[in-house]
Design a binder for this molecule. Structure first.
Ligand SMILES: Nc1ncnc2c1ncn2[C@@H]1O[C@H](COP(=O)(O)OP(=O)(O)OP(=O)(O)O)[C@@H](O)[C@H]1O
Ligand SMILES: [Mg+2]
Length: 250
């Protein structure tokens, strides 16, 4: 089943064209890695796909439901309520964790299920404990974010995203704020999710990780998809530009 479809996405900031005609599809159970140099538009693509930023052209749909489309040469969005429903199909994990600093770990995780999804209190807490156990954080349930390492904070933010039971999960450089040791524990969690067939779109500079965890890799540069293929196709590419880019990270 097709979970995400982006067709001809375009996005500019003033005169700067950041996304130039990007189309991509993500099927259920698939792990897509997006790589590319700094400034190539990876975060902008994710922000447009997750409705944090409005695109200027193209269309966007989740599970066949249209969030945005073109009409008379301009991009129109579905109404607010519709977008709210569509938003529940996906979760988002950022580079800087973005936890609520004044909430305990368990409250960070249960807040949206209770407030947004109207889950019963006991059910939300039970689910949060299961997630914490799964991510090796059960002993941190009552801690506050400042009491956790970066890797632990990132795992809590993954648990928080999973608590809303998304059909697909976006990650924007989930480990780039972490040192190598803490990076490992976050990558392990993402690997575990991949094995459980969670659909994921991961922007990363961790080349070996992208190679190992993804089913497909997109190489972006200057707001365009310059190459797309299986990890083997991308890593064995004889295109000089890709070889040079990947070489920098090895
Ligand atoms: N809100 C904004 N206003 C103006 N320009 C922006 C805005 N957001 C991004 N840009 C510009 O768009 C371009 C692409 O930025 P983007 O953050 O998408 O790149 P990226 O591929 O995620 O880079 P990195 O690997 O460094 O995270 C950059 O030139 C950036 O300066
Ligand atoms: Mg970025």
């Amino acid at each position: 089943m097709n979970l995400l479809q982006i067709s001809h996405m375009k996005k500019s900031f003033d005169a700067l064209s950041v996304i130039q005609d990007i189309s991509l599809t993500v099927n259920e159970g698939e792990v897509l890695a997006i790589i590319g140099p700094s400034g190539s538009g990876k975060s902008t693509l994710l922000r447009c796909a997750t409705l944090l930023e409005r695109m200027d052209g193209g269309s966007l749909s989740y599970l066949g439901e249209k969030a945005a489309w073109e009409e008379d040469g301009r991009c129109v969005y579905a109404d607010k309520n519709r977008l709210k429903e569509i938003q529940r199909y996906f979760g988002l994990v950022f580079q800087n964790f973005n936890l609520f600093p004044h909430y305990s770990v368990i409250k960070n995780i249960t807040d949206a299920p209770i407030r947004v999804a109207k889950a019963p209190h006991a059910e939300a807490y039970e689910q949060a404990e299961q997630l914490l156990a799964q991510l090796g954080l059960l002993d941190k349930a009552d801690a506050y974010p400042y009491q956790l390492s970066g890797g632990q904070q990132q795992r809590v933010s993954i648990a928080r995203a999973l608590a809303l039971k998304p059909r697909l999960l976006f990650f924007d450089e989930p480990t780039s704020a972490l040192d190598p040791e803490l990076t490992g524990e976050v990558l392990k969690v993402i690997r575990q999710l991949a094995r459980s067939h969670m659909t994921m779109i991961i922007v990363t500079h961790e080349m070996q990780f992208a190679r190992e965890v993804s089913d497909r890799i997109i190489f972006m540069e200057q707001g365009k998809i310059q190459a797309e293929g299986t990890p083997e196709e991308i890593f064995r590419s004889d295109w000089e530009r890709i070889k040079e880019f990947i070489g920098k990270y090895n």
